[in-house]
Design a binder for this molecule. Structure first.
Ligand SMILES: Nc1nc2c(ncn2[C@@H]2O[C@H](COP(=O)(O)OP(=O)(O)OP(=O)(O)O)[C@@H](O)[C@H]2O)c(=O)[nH]1
Ligand SMILES: [Mg+2]
Length: 447
């Protein structure tokens, strides 16, 4: 039923502009083209043709461009027609209505891409990467989406699944024909599994990178009162967002704002200064500081570095010990007495552009420049992908335990089957499970 429907939609954003595109896909596409597109010559496959777009009475609606992609060489795998029109809301509406009267129905959100997936034009994660690319708000997010759109994740999954599948077949052969096919050598079998496990582990590490690319990261600016935290937020933002005052205890509530560093969205939180024995309102503020600190990925510890470190500074340093942090020794224009006590700190001033550059670089280093955070790498982007890889690794781990214990090698078979099935969920080859079921029906008889 679903495949019988011809769908149509405006593929470009609403409003006036240079060009708007009406897209049609499905079995009725060519007949719609014949009725509504008048060109001097018939439309040729995948060629741009100047054409009059008319309604069913032959009334001219627009002079535009038509492109026809006959199935299966199209985005959706079906016959696809695109009408490139003048982007006038009236013209676009009239053309879409004519297309609908000629036999199409309005497409649901994402339906073109869904058809592309169902017709095998895109793997599931590639289809989702299309959505991620469109939703991307930063350069990092679009780079990461493009990495998955290229199909690199799918091909890596297929490769790993094929290697596992090969190992399974080897086992199946030995089980089916015990007299003719020898059992695989446990040592080299284990090596092959270790190799796959390593590659899957690598993909797991890429998950965090994908998350940062899509969602950005968070930095809490913390420190003693009056250190210059709010001044720093304002300087990084380039606007006077937070109140700055020479009195300690100015900021009471947390303030969150976003900036972009190296194409990555960074949520900065300015917090109330941390000190002992605060009065009531201030104490409530400090409670919020603690929460912001807990939730942030990176702590940006800001201290007034013009005087030697005192107890308030040491207290904040202890609080943030052992976590990702950037140390900022502020007010260098007044002095740098504390600098030698803060190894690796950025020493400078909130009023100095170079200091701000150094802080941005330090945030990037701390926040996402780990060895695996390359945004152009394929990565796991969805919970089901992460679950599938976890499940595959668990199953491979159990199989390797069997081998390590010196148990009969065919006891691995069930775990390997589960690992192959789990990876199939990511590469979209889960249908291959029927084949696997067939193999394992034989296992039950044999053993
Ligand atoms: N000389 C100098 N003064 C600075 C610098 N950065 C900030 N200040 C001053 O330090 C004082 C405190 O700045 P804030 O940004 O309000 O400090 P804060 O850490 O947010 O303080 P609380 O909100 O009270 O915790 C203000 O008078 C700022 O103008 C700097 O680099 N050099
Ligand atoms: Mg403040």
């Amino acid at each position: 039923m679903y495949r019988d429907a011809t769908i149509a939609a405006v593929a470009t954003p609403p409003g006036r502009g240079a060009v708007a595109v009406v897209r049609v896909s499905g079995p009725g596409t060519q007949s719609i083209a014949q009725r509504l597109v008048h060109a001097r010559l018939p439309l040729r496959a995948r060629r741009v043709t100047n054409a009059d777009v008319v309604d069913e009475y032959g009334t001219l609606l627009d002079r535009g461009i038509a492109v026809l992609w006959p199935a299966p060489r199209s985005y959706t795998g079906e016959d696809v027609l695109e009408l490139h029109l003048h982007a006038s809301p009236v013209v676009v509406r009239l053309v879409l209505e004519a297309v609908l009267r000629a036999g199409a129905r309005l497409a649901q959100p994402g339906e073109f891409t869904r058809r592309a997936f169902e017709n095998g034009k895109l793997a599931l994660n590639e289809a989702q990467a299309v959505g991620d690319l469109i939703a991307a708000e930063t350069a990092a997010a679009s780079r990461a989406a493009l990495a998955n759109l290229g199909g690199a994740l799918t091909s890596e999954m297929r490769r790993l699944r094929a290697v596992l599948f090969g190992a399974l077949e080897e086992l199946a052969g030995a089980i089916d024909f015990p007299d003719e096919v020898p059992d695989p050598d446990p040592r080299s079998f284990d090596e092959a599994l270790a190799h796959i496990d390593e590659a899957l582990c690598d993909l797991q590490r890429s998950t965090e990178m994908g998350r940062i690319a899509r969602e950005g990261t968070s930095v809490a600016i913390v420190g003693p009162p009056n250190a210059g935290k709010s001044s720093l937020l304002n300087a990084l933002l380039g606007q006077e967002r937070a109140l700055v005052c020479e009195l300690a205890g100015t900021t009471r509530d947390t303030i969150e704002e976003s900036i972009v560093i190296d194409g990555v969205q960074v949520r900065l939180t300015d917090t109330a200064g941390i000190r002992d024995r605060p009065e009531r309102v201030e104490a409530a503020g400090i409670e919020r500081t603690m929460r912001a600190l807990e939730e942030a990925r990176v702590a940006l510890v800001t201290v007034d570095g013009s005087h030697p470190l005192g107890e308030p500074e040491r207290h904040v340093l202890r609080l943030t010990e052992g976590r990702e942090r950037v140390l900022f020794c502020n007010k260098a224009d007044l002095g740098t007495a504390a600098a030698h006590e803060l190894e690796g700190a950025v020493v400078g001033s909130t009023r100095d552009a170079q200091t701000l550059d150094a802080l941005r670089a330090a945030i990037a280093r701390c926040g996402w420049h780990g060895e695996h955070l390359d945004f152009a790498r394929p990565h796991l982007a969805r919970a089901y992908e992460i679950d599938a890889v976890n499940a595959a690794r668990e199953a491979i781990g159990r199989a390797r335990e069997v081998l390590a214990a010196g148990d009969p090698i065919d006891l691995c078979a069930g775990d390997l089957q589960r690992a192959v099935a789990a990876l199939g969920h990511v590469s979209g080859e889960a249908a291959g499970e029927e084949l696997l079921d067939g193999i394992f029906a034989r296992f039950c008889i044999g053993k």
